[in-house]
Write a protein that binds this ligand. Structure first.
Ligand code: FAD
Length: 463
């Protein structure tokens, strides 16, 4: 049974941790936040870069804020005020020197694809009604809904590159939560050139602070402190004192913090391994290569998905498409998202070498790399994506069972629950975790599965 605490240690100052901290403080509970980094925001942070032509801003992978929770949107609107923009998304898929609309639409495929792809895709689609959709792994999930041709062309190479594993070893859960087509009826609606081309799970407009997604969490951190909470930065949690069913202290930066209750957004396997258990759950890392460009606009796309397996990046982004304040007037910038793991060649490569490789990518995509100003830097996310391999559910359930033995510990957030979720869901989980402590009700299993229905959150966005 959870007991209402007087003081809560919140681990991590990302969206989940900060939203929880505000809720607790507003209920009169004291809060100390321990954060490894020197800045708040976690994966939803924004970094600045002073270039020759002025200030550039880069998210850790460009974000957009979308929610269908009106109360959460109100909180963000109140925090960010007039600086919260409404932006429009346009994305394309680049593959074998052709540019397709994202999400895929039959009208556009007919106009753009080579004849061989068209013949194969149409043959596959004609056969689809005779097979049942399969959910045993990512590859079969896609082929049984879209056919082999679309899978081979648009999903196989991209997915292998993104996850670093064969798509047959990837759980269908990722497709179920990420791909915006749910069944054959959707496929037909989506792929046939009739009616509305926008799938029901695809939101074109979204909210975005003019100086980057991180602005939401800068304001949240200020609110935590204004409410009397304490955030300790540069304080990586590296140990716990625990006995029987209670965490008694959290260790960070050589100090020990006595724990009345612990609300943790740290990764599920990390927490298990630090508290006497073992977990093999793993994450996929991302390196972001950021570079100012000496041109006004790169394109009209928020995201360009790069499907060719021989191009090292999975997405090319232009931060200015989210907000014109992300680059100095008359200039723009590019960000390449490069999936790789700590210790790998791409992760370790120095920036000079990476710059040459990045210029190659731009040239291949028809972008004149001589417009690069020669300024560049990398940012990294070691735990960008929970690696949902086939059968991962069992490891996840074991990890949850291990942590649930500690009655004063609640996990929440993306890494904390090992879920592929967006910022808004992490924030909701933070609120739920705080509410569980305030109300003394053990909602931990509900938090772990919050919004785990097989749909993408964009469906009914209020943003
Ligand atoms: C490339 C990419 C693009 C994305 N795009 C979008 C998007 O467009 N829209 C959207 O809504 N969501 C997007 N997301 C998801 C979003 O970033 C996350 O859902 C959200 O940031 C998760 O919040 P969190 O608080 O759960 O975790 P995090 O943001 O990861 O915060 C966890 C915090 O804990 C800290 N921490 C970790 N270990 C320790 C330790 N040992 N001690 C102390 N502190 C520690 C971290 O430094 C971090 O500050 C994207 C994610 C990625 C990787």
């Amino acid at each position: 049974m959870l007991k209402k605490p007087e003081h809560v240690l919140v681990l991590g100052a990302g969206p989940a941790g900060l939203t929880a901290a505000i809720r607790l403080l507003e209920a009169g509970i004291q809060v100390t936040v321990l954060e490894k980094a020197s800045k708040e925001g976690g994966q939803s942070g924004t970094t600045t870069f002073e270039g020759r032509h002025g200030t550039y801003r880069f998210d850790y992978g460009g974000h957009r804020f979308i929610t269908h929770n009106a109360q959460l949107l109100k909180l963000v609107e109140e925090l960010v005020g007039d600086d919260l923009l409404t932006s429009q998304r346009k994305s394309v898929i680049r593959f074998q020197d052709r540019t397709y609309d994202y999400p895929l639409a039959m009208g556009n495929i007919l106009k753009t694809a080579p004849a061989s792809l068209l013949v194969g895709a149409i043959k596959d689609l004609a056969l689809l009604p005779f097979g049942m959709p399969k959910d045993d792994n990512f590859a079969t999930w896609i082929t049984s809904r879209f056919g082999k041709t679309l899978y081979k062309n648009f999903f196989e190479g991209y997915t292998g590159k993104l996850w670093g594993i064969d798509p047959v070893d990837l759980s269908a859960d990722w497709a179920g939560q990420r791909i915006s087509l749910l069944d054959l009826k959707d496929v037909a609606k989506r792929l046939l050139p009739i009616g509305n081309d926008t799938p029901r799970t695809y939101a074109r407009s979204y909210r975005y602070p003019k100086h980057g997604i991180g602005a939401i969490f800068e304001r949240m951190a200020q609110k935590v402190e204004a409410l009397g909470g304490e955030i300790i930065f540069d304080a990586p949690v590296d140990g716990f004192d625990y006995a029987a069913n209670k965490i008694s202290a959290v260790k960070a930066r050589g100090s020990s913090y006595p724990a009345d209750a612990v609300l943790s957004t740290l990764s599920l396997p990390y927490m298990v391994n630090m508290t006497g258990g073992e977990s093999a759950l793993a994450f996929r890392g991302l390196r972001f290569f950021n570079m100012p460009l000496d041109m006004d606009n790169l394109s009209d796309c928020t995201w360009q998905y790069l499907s060719d397996p021989d191009i090292m990046a999975t997405r090319l982004q232009e931060p200015k498409r989210r907000s014109s304040f992300m680059a100095p007037k008359g200039h723009t910038s590019a960000m390449l998202e490069i999936p790789c793991d700590p210790g790998s060649k791409l992760w370790e490569m120095d920036n000079e070498q990476m710059f040459l490789k990045a210029c190659d990518v731009l040239n291949k995509l028809g972008i004149d790399s001589s417009t690069a100003t020669g300024e560049y830097f990398s940012t990294y996310q070691r735990q960008a994506y929970p690696l949902m391999t086939v059968g991962y559910e069992k490891n996840r359930a074991n990890a949850i069972a291990h942590l649930n033995q500690f009655k004063n510990l609640i996990q929440c957030g993306r890494q904390g629950t090992f879920r592929y979720i967006f910022t808004d869901t992490s924030m909701e989980m933070g609120q739920m975790a705080a509410d569980a402590l305030i109300s003394e009700k053990d909602h931990r299993s509900t938090i772990y599965e919050h919004r785990s229905e097989r749909t993408v959150i964009e469906t009914e966005s209020v943003a």
